[in-house]
Structures are given as structure tokens and as C-alpha cells.
Design a binder for this molecule. Structure first.
Ligand SMILES: *[C@@H]1O[C@H](CO)[C@@H](O)[C@H](O)[C@H]1NC(C)=O
Ligand SMILES: *[C@@H]1O[C@H](CO)[C@@H](O)[C@H](O)[C@H]1NC(C)=O
Ligand SMILES: *[C@@H]1O[C@H](CO)[C@@H](O)[C@H](O)[C@H]1NC(C)=O
Length: 259
């Protein structure tokens, strides 16, 4: 009897769904850890890895070892990849940060975290000014899309994320993106609206590589962490929101150096 119960428990665990709620709950443990500057509340898997600015390092040697006051936090969830994306801004302290973090869970098991993958920009990084970025992003509407027909498909989100990163190497990529008329682009702290103007049309022979995706149809967003190889080897996060089939917001976080 005991054995049967144990087997039933195993089967349930193995076929567990990766839900939006459990992904966001796990992302919240990361947010709490960052506010506390302590990783003791994080449930890490036995194969856990921590990566910061595209380089693996000990979690104790990264941002989570220091408490930060978070002035803005927002998370999205990808139930197919079983991953979440959290953006946070700390503008008020002596060391300001704008951070994009993807969290991954192996085997659809959100009870533990297998990867924390962070791109972090601070003073001196590309177009960096955390309070300016905060001012722009606070005004945006990131409420979930209310109507199913306004939600972009996973395929469209992936396509838009890839086309955006391809603009530096593919002269046709910019024109393949469905720009919204009231679209806003916040690159570091640099603001452009409408966002479909002054875009690159090829010019580099090095595609932006190391792409990692978090795709969320409910908020209509894709975040791609990558290495911005077309302009150097810069660790980078590009997040794009699509509503009614058109791009509404673009955010970029770019660090100048790996590691
Ligand atoms: C995880 O769950 C998703 C959605 O329920 C499913 O599509 C996927 O195949 C599952 N992956 C694994 C490794 O079980
Ligand atoms: C950041 O931007 C704000 C608002 O535009 C400005 O007042 C401030 O001086 C800037 N900070 C730095 C370090 O450039
Ligand atoms: C969803 O509905 C609320 C309340 O009507 C509205 O304020 C919000 O802008 C809507 N969100 C989107 C993304 O359409």
C-alpha cells in the first residue's frame, strides 16, 4: 500500500504542469531574495546554475548577495518553456541597476529552480540612467491582455523577437516587424516614439547570438537574452510587447562587458 502511494506521488510529480501561477510564485521567491540580499529562501535544484552577464559564476558572487531596494518589478511567464522573466529597477541606491532575469525549471518542475540567468546594467553601461528608465517604464500599461483575440501567438512573438535582433545583420528585418503607431522604445534610458523609426537595416556580418527566450501570450511579450555580437560581445536583454498584432513597447538592457 505504502509503495503504491509512493508510486502515485511520483507519477503526479513527473506529469506536473508548469502553470503560470507556479512560475510567478517562483519568480517572487527570486524577488524576495534580491530585496533581502540572501539566497536562503530560494529552492535550487541539484543541477542549479547561476549566470550573470552571460558568464557562469557562484550565486554568492552575484547580485543576489546584496540587498537592493526595488523601485519597479514586473514578471512574465512562459508555461511551455517553463520559465519566467523578471525585470527590476533599483534607481535610488548608491549603485543603481536595471536588470532582466530569466528563471528556468527543468522537467516542468517549478518547485525548484535550475537556472537564474541575469543581464544587469549599471552606471557606465549603454545609455544607462536608472531613474530616467524608471520614469518611462512606470508610465507603461503592462496589465494582462483582456481579450483572447488581442493576444499574439507564441509564433508571432518569437518571430518579432528574432526579427528585432536580426535588424543589424538583415537589411529586410526592420520592415518585417509590425510596428504599432503609438509604440515606445526604451533602450537603456533612451526614449524613441513612434518606435518604428531610426532603425538599423543591416550592416553587420555578425548575428546576435546566444538567444534565450521567455514568451508570454497573456501579457503579449517576449524577452530575449542574448549576446549582442553585431556590435561587440555585449550581454543584452530585449523585451517586446505586442498588442492586437502590433508592437507596443520595446525595452533593452545592455551591459558593456561579459561577466
Ligand atoms: C511541460 O509542460 C508543457 C505545457 O503543459 C508541455 O507542453 C511540455 O511538453 C512539458 N515538458 C516536459 C519536459 O514535461
Ligand atoms: C539621469 O536622468 C535624470 C533625469 O533626466 C537627470 O536628472 C540625472 O542627472 C541623470 N543622472 C545621471 C547620472 O546622468
Ligand atoms: C484591460 O482592461 C483594463 C480595465 O478595463 C484596462 O485598464 C487595461 O488597459 C486593459 N489592458 C489591455 C492590455 O488592454
Amino acid at each position: 500500500m505504502k509503495v503504491l502511494v509512493a508510486i502515485a506521488a511520483l507519477v503526479t510529480a513527473a506529469s506536473a504542469d508548469c502553470t503560470r501561477e507556479s512560475l510567478l510564485a517562483s519568480a517572487q521567491t527570486y524577488i524576495d531574495a534580491q530585496k533581502a540580499g540572501s539566497t536562503t529562501g530560494l529552492k535550487l535544484s541539484s543541477s542549479f546554475k547561476y549566470q550573470q552577464n552571460n558568464k557562469e559564476r557562484a550565486i554568492s558572487a552575484g547580485l543576489l548577495a546584496t540587498p537592493y531596494k526595488l523601485d519597479l518589478v514586473r514578471s512574465t511567464a512562459d508555461t511551455v518553456a517553463c520559465a519566467s522573466y523578471t525585470m527590476w529597477i533599483s534607481a535610488s541606491g548608491s549603485k543603481p541597476y536595471v536588470v532582466g532575469t530569466q528563471i528556468r525549471h527543468d522537467g516542468n518542475d517549478t518547485s525548484t529552480i535550475s537556472l537564474i540567468d541575469t543581464v544587469a546594467a549599471t552606471t557606465g553601461d549603454l545609455f544607462f540612467n536608472a531613474s530616467k528608465t524608471l520614469g518611462y517604464i512606470q508610465k507603461e500599461d503592462w496589465t494582462p491582455i483582456n481579450k483572447t483575440e488581442s493576444m499574439p501567438s507564441r509564433e508571432l512573438l518569437k518571430k518579432v523577437g528574432d526579427a528585432y535582433l536580426d535588424m543589424w545583420t538583415d537589411s529586410k528585418a526592420a520592415d518585417s516587424i509590425p510596428w504599432g503607431t503609438e509604440c515606445e522604445r526604451v533602450e537603456g534610458s533612451q526614449y524613441t516614439s513612434p518606435c518604428g523609426q531610426s532603425l538599423p537595416h543591416g550592416g553587420s556580418s555578425k548575428p546576435n547570438g546566444m538567444r534565450r527566450y521567455v514568451i508570454d501570450e497573456v501579457t503579449g511579450s517576449v524577452d530575449v537574452l542574448c549576446q549582442f555580437d553585431s556590435l561587440g560581445t555585449m550581454p543584452d536583454s530585449h523585451e517586446i510587447r505586442v498588442i492586437d498584432g502590433k508592437v507596443k513597447y520595446v525595452h533593452t538592457i545592455t551591459a558593456l562587458k561579459v561577466g
